[in-house]
Design a protein around this ligand. Structure first.
Ligand SMILES: [Zn+2]
Length: 174
């Protein structure tokens, strides 16, 4: 087992790592419940979604009594250290981490498509780019990332798009 969650972005593969009592996160693709042999000094107490980029999600704790399971409090009942179907909960943490980044990638692709569009399709491509930006901002993408994806500064990105969608100022900046 030990599922890796793949993404379209380099350096952003995620997985469920084990959390030790002292706060240490056991790397390794150990969601199969193996405790990584002698490297583990203390027994795991739960799990954390982690990403290759260094991001870590919130802590999830294992409870050994089914009566104590409180999923909304991130207390999961498992009879052992395997996550089983609960892995989807940690994956959702990681997907929330990925959402703004994937949205920034969509903005970048829309920006490139707009740049390459023939004159007859340029306005459509521009509107696609505007939509991609609106979607990305709604997904939590930062203005700095929007700027990076469209070859301008954060300030210029804000000046371009941080205004009502029907504003004339949204006309192409080039
Ligand atoms: Zn990441």
């Amino acid at each position: 087992m030990g599922t890796r969650w793949a993404s379209d972005l380099a350096n952003h593969h995620g997985w469920a790592a084990q959390l030790l009592a002292d706060g240490t996160i056991v790397d390794a693709c150990a969601s199969d419940g193996s405790q990584g042999g002698s490297r583990v000094a203390a027994p795991p107490i739960g799990w954390v979604a982690v990403c290759e980029c260094g991001w870590q999600g919130p802590r999830w704790f294992r409870v050994t009594d089914v009566e104590n399971e409180e999923v909304h409090d991130r207390h999961l009942y498992r009879s052992n250290m395997t996550l089983g179907p609960h892995e989807s909960l940690l994956r959702a943490d990681w997907e929330a981490h990925m959402r703004p980044r994937l949205a920034a990638l969509s903005v970048n692709l829309a920006y490139l498509a707009w740049g390459a569009a023939p004159a007859s399709q340029r306005m459509d491509a521009w509107l696609d780019l505007c939509l991609a930006v609106d979607t990305a901002i709604a997904a939590g993408t930062t203005w700095a990332a929007i700027g990076l994806a469209t070859g301008v500064s954060e300030r210029d990105a804000r000046a371009q798009w941080e205004i009502p969608p029907d504003s004339l100022q949204r006309l192409p900046f080039k």
